[in-house]
Ligand binder design. Sequence first.
Ligand code: ADP
Ligand code: MG
Length: 356
Amino acid sequence: MDCAARKLYAAVAILALLLSPGCLGFHSRQQQPAELKEFKETVIAMDTLVTIALYVPSEEKAHKVFSEVRNELQRLEGILSAHQPGSDVIAISAAAGKEPVKVSPETLHVVQTALQYAHITQGAFDITVAPVLRLYNFDTNNPVRPSVRELERTLPLVDWRKVHVDEAQGTVFLSAEGMELDLGGVAKGYITDAAAEILLKNGVEFGSVNAGGDIRLLGPKPDGNPWRVGIKDPVNPGANNWFAIVEVRGGALVTSGDYERAFVEDGVRWHHIIDPASGLPASGASSVTVLAPTAEIADILSTALFVLGPEKGLELVESLPETEALIWARGEVFWSSGLIPQEGRGDVFYFTVKDK
Ligand code: ADP
Ligand code: MG
């Protein structure tokens, strides 16, 4: 496998995921075009803070784009949310074992993409994990460990092969009663791309969308410099506590961490990414960052690599075009061959991306 691994030393500072446009003290190589100004706005969608930054000539233009993004994210949330009454996701789950449900083209697309990657990842990514995930009560203040018996009873409901898409009819069908659709591992990435599409449609050349760590970047920065993205230390995920910084000039970068919605019991970290084979929290990694052309695919892969672990995960990533990964697992850091570590950048890992 063409990947590098390096021991991590306790002294290495690590932490949270944070988009850091130029706040690290490096100097710009060029000037930003004078007519462009930076505007930022944060909206809430899919229970996530989505921050949009863009460089445009006027405040009017920025407001127009922000308002279109807000409307689009609200519309998509109404379709894809697992909590909003009337969403496609809720309708599909309610009709499990009974009948196919006619859904919007967006839902059809997300489900089809998810199934394609379920296949590619040999089931590590599985949009039917909800009944098992529910056993853990992560959505409440009292998460619990399910009993072996509960897991055994529920696991048969987790099977992406029982999700049937009829493209001609525009329907999705879960073929066993009790199954539930869970787009939590892909929807955030999808809406991140959807927001970026609005920027592009409005002629915005330079900008970023950050949906709680699902990041899509347009262009390099207007001054020609790359964006620098900090990746949170999974061991101590406080603000601005990065274990790595990655320089990127566009595309998407998504991080999944086992420090989100987690609890520790008997020395084991119980968190919200589930290994569909066992129903237990995936133990393959503590932090996975994936770079890909779209946030939708990067989101799917960051969840899948958590389950696959660094060896199988990097083998998969090396087989996919324009895709890279940075993984913290078992106290070591692993990365794919297109990430180039830079020396002399202090005590955090610092990567650039190889030109294709
Ligand atoms: P986050 O939402 O914290 O950024 P992820 O993108 O990794 O993290 O998504 C985690 C969510 O994905 C879970 O809350 C759950 O809804 C869903 N999920 C958990 N395990 C899997 C899995 N093996 N395959 C697909 N989706 C999963
Ligand atoms: Mg994901």
